[in-house]
Design a protein around this ligand. Structure first.
Ligand code: MN
Length: 321
């Protein structure tokens, strides 16, 4: 169904706007750039964007095609086709959400368990480990050959959302796709290094402060470990706010806690809450109850409470589950 819509748009040289979620990650951006390029090669007039703020972390800004991204303010308000990629809800599209209705046709491509079902035409598969997996199928449906630039975008999303093929969402056909992408000649080692293993020296200082104040609460749910930081604190260490994203990947190793949580204080005073589970807790449910969404093992939401009230609400929800 989605493949048919995309093929028709390409053949009609339609104007297509593609967007991932706010603060795009490797899956959102890789999906957007790969499908945009595929549609462009098939003859569509393509604009690739994402909701503001219009800045990319250095870990993603090098992806092939990123230089052609345009700010959300630069896309037509009622294109022939709008494609939402890796966004679990309309809210995750920020100021681009009205395009779901304003476009002649809207398509939603996503893999979040919490996706409520929106857009005119949907390809939503919670069993897919990444949205790029769905995009790879769509590129095949468009008859677009996946070459090195496209494979780089797809591999970035695949490696990121599977934790480099360590998470439970990795399936036999996930490795089949990875093999196909590697066979194009991409430098997967360099891709992974840029995505996961590159940070300024100041990150070590931030990490020591943030892990040093972590709190273990084994009695909450199946065990909770949590800590906090903020964009202001990152700045004290000479770091952009995006460096806060990797903190949870360290905290979640805590053996005594099934759930790990990092509260990331934003410039506007809200807390962006990252949650990870070691397997016993359904965080898609927890995050949805608190106004967000995500996957079973990885989810998040935004809190407007102060720090103690934010962690208090999480404690209550984990204890209820
Ligand atoms: Mn994803």
């Amino acid at each position: 169904m989605v493949a048919g819509v995309l093929n028709a748009a390409a053949e009609d040289h339609a104007t297509v706007v593609l967007a991932g979620h706010v603060q795009p990650d490797a899956d959102a951006l890789g999906s957007t750039l790969a499908l945009a390029e595929g549609l462009r090669r098939r003859g569509a007039r393509v604009l690739a964007t994402f909701p503001g703020p219009f800045t990319l972390p250095t870990s993603l800004g090098w992806l092939p095609g990123a230089e052609g991204l345009v700010p959300a303010s630069a896309v037509p308000s009622s294109p022939d086709l709008f494609v939402s990629l890796d966004a679990a809800s309309p809210g995750r599209l920020g100021e681009l959400a009205p395009l779901l209705d304003a476009a002649r046709t809207s398509v939603v491509v996503d893999h979040h368990a919490s996706n409520p079902g929106f857009g005119d035409v949907r390809l939503v598969d919670p069993t897919a480990p990444a949205t790029v997996v769905l995009v790879a199928d769509l590129l095949d449906g468009l008859g677009v050959a996946v070459d090195r630039p496209l494979a780089t975008c797809l591999y970035a999303g695949l490696a990121a959302d599977t934790g480099s093929f360590r998470f439970g969402n990795t399936r036999p056909d996930t490795h089949d796709l990875a093999a196909r992408l590697l066979a194009t000649g991409i430098d997967h080692s360099r891709i992974s290094q840029r995505l996961f293993d590159t940070a300024p020296f100041g990150w070590l200082g931030l990490l020591s402060v943030v892990t040093g104040r972590a709190v273990l609460e084994p009695e909450v749910g199946a065990g909770l470990v949590w800590t906090w930081s903020s964009t202001a604190e990152a700045a004290e260490h000479g770091l952009p706010g995006e460096q806060l994203e990797a903190l949870v990947d360290v905290v979640r190793a805590t053996q005594e806690a099934d759930v790990s949580c990092v509260l990331k204080g934003q410039d506007d005073g809200t807390w962006s809450v990252s949650l990870r589970s070691r397997g016993a807790t359904d965080l898609a449910r927890v995050a949805m109850a608190l106004g967000g969404g995500g996957h079973r093992a990885a989810a998040g939401y935004t809190s407007t409470f102060d720090r103690e009230a934010t962690i208090g609400a999480l404690r209550a929800e984990l204890s209820a589950g």
